[in-house]
Structures are given as structure tokens and as C-alpha cells.
Design a protein around this ligand. Structure first.
Ligand code: GA4
Length: 327
């Protein structure tokens, strides 16, 4: 159901001319059960805006149940999946990302964490209860882990209260979202000639923190500060954490949101599930005074609503924070 003719395939960008891709350095690995993990998290957020976590406490059956529901959904005929029309922005989307012309070799489901029962009823067909239950169990576990990590970050930065970041995700009004991405094998990828089809183009996440889990298919890459790209070896038993733009602002630039992208694979499907932890829409996003130590804020004042609106009006690869920097 994911068939494109040759001219359509040519609409997709490839990355033949971008900076070289490296396999090193190693992605920071944080064992959440270790007493010094908060220091490792701080270091990883400062250096990469990205790290992998093990001993995360998310039950494996939550993950495998959601993976099998997602696989079932994505294997439905395209006309079934497209019944709700274009995502606005929630729902099923295919190849088009956002509303400003970005395309990728991907199909996806984008949902709010405060589930829309009508959308879910449609997506799950006969299977509403089990689908909602599976989704809820997974999302709650991912949110819990995100909150624990944010509390470790507060401890590591020596700021109080330790729920200063996590309370934004715990708020009933939290504007958090959830995404399932399916990257079908892309027959036109020819690694031998250096061509790589883009599954999901480079971008940073606008929210506070993102928790990603994928199956064992490669494709994810992160950008280092020097602009080079490193491939992230997949690990279906671990989670990958991204610093989002909002956390960059709240730390007054001490943490940097990580630029990342996904390349299509010629033979294997990639399935990823991402929880994006965001604040309530009315929340002011600004550097925490306790982190400022007499420094000036690098950013103008704005609410999450204002930032989100501007982000959704942008192209995927744009530098979204630029418009909110103080000159
Ligand atoms: C990136 C992070 C999340 O996947 C997302 C994306 C959103 C979308 O797919 O509709 C955006 C993208 C993301 C940032 C810029 C805008 C909005 C696509 C796009 C071109 C759901 C999000 O919140 O921002």
C-alpha cells in the first residue's frame, strides 16, 4: 500500500550532499538504576541533547503489546487508514509531515495523550477497548519515566523543587502528544551509491522531552554540535531520550535540543513510538531563575501556545528557536 511511481519518489530529498556520517563517538548510555545517573544525564544533555536509557522500568509487555497493535494498524489497506482524512494535526498521516510541504518515507499516527475517543474509535475498529488500554498503559509508563528523568535533571542541576520540570507533564492540561511512525522498506535506497532516502527529515522537537523506542531496524541519526551526523544503533529494549527546544530555553541554553532525522531502510520496516512531553498551552517558557546566576535570558518571553503555533507554521528543518532569541 506504500507504492510510489518513480517521479513521485524523486520528490523525496536524499542526503548525498550533506556532511559525512560517523559511527563514533558512542551514544551516552544511562543506567537509571545507578546512583550517579543524574550526573551522566546532565553531561549527556549538555553534550548531545540525547542519550539512551536502560533499566527504565517500562514493562516489556506494554511495549510488545503496543508494537503488535501498531503493526496490525499499519498493515490495514491504505483506504481504511485514510478514512478520517488528512491529520489535523492528529490522526493518520502518510508521507506528508506537517502542513508546509515536508515529505518523508513514513506513515504515522499522531495522537494527543488525552485521547480523542472519536478518533480512537475509528482507528481501532472493533478493537477499541484493547487498543485504548494498550496505548494508555504504554503512554503512562513512558510519561512516568520522562518525569523521573526530569526530576533527576532537577537534582543534577541542584534546583528545587525537584518537580519543577516534571510538574508540567503531570499537569492535567499538559499538551503532550504521542506518535507511532512506520517506515516501510524503501526499495529505492541504494546504499552503494551513497544515496539515502529520508524517512523523517532533520528537525528538533519543540516540546520539553521526548521518549523514543523503536524496533531493531536502524535509521535514526543525531547531529553533533559540529554538524556531522552519527547513526544511532537500534536497541528495542532501551529508550532514547531527546532534549526538546523548551528544555533548551528553560535551561537558558545550557542544554541543547538535539537535531535528528531518520533514514529509510531498503529491506526492513522500522517502527517507532514516541512520547513528547509538553507543558500546558498557557505555560510561560522561560529560563528558570535559579539557573540564571545573574546571566541575562537568551530568549524573549513566550508561552507554549505561542511557540507551538510558530513551530507548526514552520518547515521541519527550520531553526524554530531563532525567532525567540534576544538579539
Ligand atoms: C516534530 C516533533 C513531533 O513529531 C511533532 C512534529 C509536527 C508534525 O509532525 O505535525 C511538526 C514538527 C514536529 C515540528 C515542525 C512542524 C510541526 C511537523 C512540522 C513541519 C508532532 C511536533 O510537535 O513537532
Amino acid at each position: 500500500m506504500f507504492v510510489l511511481s518513480k517521479p513521485a519518489i524523486e520528490q523525496f530529498s536524499d542526503i548525498r550532499n550533506s556532511k559525512p556520517t560517523t559511527l563514533f563517538p558512542q551514544i551516552p548510555l544511562v543506567d537509571l538504576s545507578k546512583p550517579d545517573s543524574k550526573h551522566q544525564i546532565i553531561k549527556a544533555c549538555e553534550e548531545f541533547g540525547f542519550f539512551k536509557v536502560i533499566n527504565h522500568g517500562v514493562p516489556i509487555e506494554f511495549i510488545s503489546r503496543l508494537e503488535s497493535e501498531a503493526t496490525k494498524f499499519f498493515s490495514l489497506p491504505l483506504c481504511e487508514k485514510e478514512k478520517t482524512g488528512q491529520p489535523k494535526p492528529y490522526g493518520y498521516g502518510n508521507k506528508r509531515i506537517g502542513t508546509n510541504g515536508d515529505v518523508g518515507w513514513v506513515e504515522y499516527l499522531l495522537l494527543t495523550t488525552n485521547q480523542d475517543p472519536n478518533l480512537l474509535r475509528f482507528l481501532s475498529g472493533e478493537n477499541l477497548e484493547s487498543f485504548s488500554f494498550t496505548l494508555n498503559s504504554y503512554m503512562s509508563a513512558a510519561k512516568k519515566m520522562a518525569c523521573e528523568i526530569l526530576e533527576m535533571i532537577a537534582d543534577g542541576l541542584k534546583i528545587q523543587p525537584r518537580n519543577v520540570f516534571s510538574k508540567l507533564l503531570m499537569d492535567v492540561q499538559s499538551d503532550s502528544i504521542f506518535r507511532l511512525n512506520h517506515y516501510p522498506p524503501c526499495p529505492d535506497v541504494q546504499p552503494m551509491n551513497g544515496g539515502n532516502m529520508i524517512g523523517f527529515g532533520e528537525h528538533t522537537d519543540p516540546q520539553i522531552i521526548s521518549v523514543l523506542r523503536s524496533n531493531n531496524t536502524s535509521g535514526l541519526q543525531i547531529s553533533l554540535r559540529d554538524g556531522s551526523w552519527i547513526s544511532v544503533p537500534p536497541d528495542q529494549n532501551s529508550f532514547f531520550i531527546n532534549v526538546g527546544d523548551s528544555l533548551q530555553v528553560m535551561t537558558n541554553g545550557r542544554f541543547k535540543s538535539v537535531k535528528h532525522r531518520v533514514l529509510a531502510n531498503s529491506v526492513k520496516s522500522r517502527l517507532s513510538m514516541i512520547y513528547f512531553g509538553g507543558p500546558p498551552l498557557s505555560e510561560k517558557i522561560a529560563p528558570l531563575p535559579s539557573l540564571m546566576r545573574g546571566e541575562q535570558s537568551l530568549y524573549k518571553e513566550f508561552t507554549w501556545f505561542e511557540y507551538k503555533k510558530s513551530a507548526y507554521d514552520s518547515r521541519l528543518a527550520d531553526n524554530r528557536l531563532m525567532h525567540f532569541e534576544r538579539i
